[in-house]
Design a protein around this ligand. Structure first.
Ligand code: 5GP
Ligand code: MG
Length: 509
């Protein structure tokens, strides 16, 4: 039995207060095949570049051609690894993972890469995304032949470990164990939901992406090797050149014979639009479109759709910055920094004292009174989830002397939970549920509030609407979802402490 309590789950987020549960990011994955390179160090710096995608745990697995070693722990990439641990990870293939939990609690057993022995050696696997047929996959794992005793014991409680078990334990009709490369095209079509996977056996690096391509996954080239990772920014940081995306429904295998690509299912692209809005780094490109440019364009379109009479446009740093730049440019209202952000907040395990708690958001953002005093402000942010950030900001900006506060949001109201890798609040916790925009504005204490339209947000990405998942905004999920009962984050745990999860999200008002 695994328990997740409010004080011991080690949860890290970008929220107002350390330890307070807020919306969370997807995970980051990184894999490299590069004989002669320090692959563990490349993976470390790749994960370091992907830290924004998950801050709960980090891990790296390395193969030297005859065995795989895994090192993983709770915490940030820079907290988990040091020279000694990286030095012990010698080899020519590595996969790494920075985790934010969407299925399974935030505990060591659920840190990744997951690892399993197979009849031919072993497998290590990292996953970004979230699966929606976890219950079905658990049944498939139960049905695996257990005679070799290898595949069936599932210690972890996350959806990922089920995939690892299935890849490790496949047999042909005669009961002969399959290799990972033989098993993958049989297993992957049975996996539903979002999965950008990097995995390896002793000799080969693999990467695979779900048929919808919900989460990003790209392929890059080193002088002496290959890289697969969540975002192009991580390619830049390790000096790899971008080759192409791993296509939706595609698996690639890389070893001394080069790169082999195959489709395991037909592609039905539905990339997550929220990657463009918030999740991905601005210096990454997804499906050929730069994220920063998308955000600036969202800001421009927002200014056209929802102008405001004001003296100054300020971003909610960092994530609101590109949209604020676009808003200022299109509106002609000067852009300025009205808030200073402590970039390290949310990365402490220390619970704030009562005095600090009352100061709330100041832990994270402090107003520049000299800039704000007497001004009519446009405050731009990328999204409102529960409304806590903007409510606290409005109060703080007024205390700092703002004459008016007009909130402009560069994504539409979030009304639906995500089952594909973002742990958004339940429907009941989403402020846009059951309130009009005016009512939300009042509840936040703003002089006015406006959101960008769904169409304008989509146009700003330049990606065709049909190729994007917009479910958190419009409730149109890109695939059939099983019974809500079967979708809970803690599905594979027998008891959940204080758990209100997405499981009942669709049934809530
Ligand atoms: P709220 O305070 O309304 O609950 O959350 C909105 C704030 O959280 C915004 O400033 C936005 O940048 C940030 N945000 C939106 N989505 C996510 C997410 O998935 N993970 C994290 N950590 N922050 C998010
Ligand atoms: Mg933000």
């Amino acid at each position: 039995m695994l328990r997740r309590g409010p004080n011991n789950d080690g949860r890290l987020n970008h929220d107002l207060l350390p330890g307070e549960k807020g919306p969370q990011d997807a995970c980051g994955v990184f894999g490299v095949w590069a004989p002669g390179e320090e692959v563990a160090k490349l993976t470390y710096f790749g994960l370091y570049a992907l830290q924004h995608r998950g801050q709960e745990s980090a891990g790296i697995a390395v193969s030297n051609g005859s065995q795989i070693l895994v090192f993983k722990d709770m915490g940030l990439v820079s907290q988990v690894f040091d020279e000694t641990s990286l030095g012990s990870l010698q080899g020519h293939i590595a996969v790494g993972h920075a985790r934010y939990s969407t299925t399974g609690a935030s505990v060591w057993e659920n840190a990744q890469p997951t690892f399993r022995a197979t009849a031919h050696g072993s497998i290590a696997l990292g996953h970004n995304g979230n699966l929606v047929n976890t219950a079905e996959l658990a049944t498939l794992v139960d049905k695996l032949p257990s005679d070799n005793g290898r595949a069936t014991k599932v210690a972890a409680t996350n959806d990922t470990d089920l995939v690892t078990a299935l890849l490790a334990g496949q047999v042909d009709e005669d009961g002969k164990p399959l290799t990972v490369e033989e098993a993958a095209p049989l297993v992957l079509p049975q996996v539903q939901g979002a999965f950008s996977l990097v995995f390896m056996d002793e000799n080969t690096l693999y990467a695979a992406r779900d048929p919808q391509g919900i989460r990003p996954l790209v392929l890059g080239r080193l002088e002496r090797g290959w890289v697969v990772c969540s975002e192009t920014a991580a390619l830049d940081i390790v000096g790899a050149s971008f080759v192409r995306e791993v296509e939706p429904g595609e698996m690639v295998a890389i070893d001394e014979n080069g790169l082999r690509a195959q489709r395991f299912t037909e592609a039905k692209p539905k990339g997550c639009v929220f990657e463009y809005v918030y999740l991905a780094r601005p210096d990454s490109d997804i499906a050929g479109r730069n994220v920063y440019l998308s955000r600036v364009e969202m800001g421009r379109k927002l200014a056209a759709e929802a102008p405001a009479e004001a003296d100054l446009v300020i971003p909610t740093p960092e994530s609101g910055t590109p949209a604020a730049v676009g808003f200022a440019e299109a509106s002609g209202i000067p852009y300025g920094a009205g808030l200073v952000k402590n970039s390290y907040v949310g990365r402490t395990f220390i619970q704030p004292s009562q005095t600090i708690r009352q100061l709330g958001i100041r832990l994270k953002l402090n107003p520049l009174k000299e800039v704000i005093r007497g001004k009519r402000l446009v405050v731009v942010d990328d999204s409102i989830v529960r409304g806590n950030t903007q409510r606290a900001l409005v109060k703080m900006l007024r205390e700092a002397g703002a004459a008016e506060v007009h909130i402009r949001i560069s994504s539409p109201p979030i009304k639906w939970p995500c089952f594909f890798g973002i742990d958004f609040a339940t429907r009941a916790e989403l402020i846009a549920n059951g309130m009009t925009v005016d009512e939300i504005g009042k509840s936040l204490g703003a002089d006015s509030l406006a959101y960008i339209s769904t169409d304008a947000m989509i146009e700003a990405t330049t990606i065709p609407k049909d190729d994007l998942c917009r479910a958190c905004f419009d409730g149109e999920y890109p695939m059939d979802l099983p019974d809500p009962e079967l979708l809970g984050k803690h599905l594979l745990e027998t008891e959940v402490a204080g758990g209100r999860d997405a499981a009942d999200a669709l049934r809530r008002p």
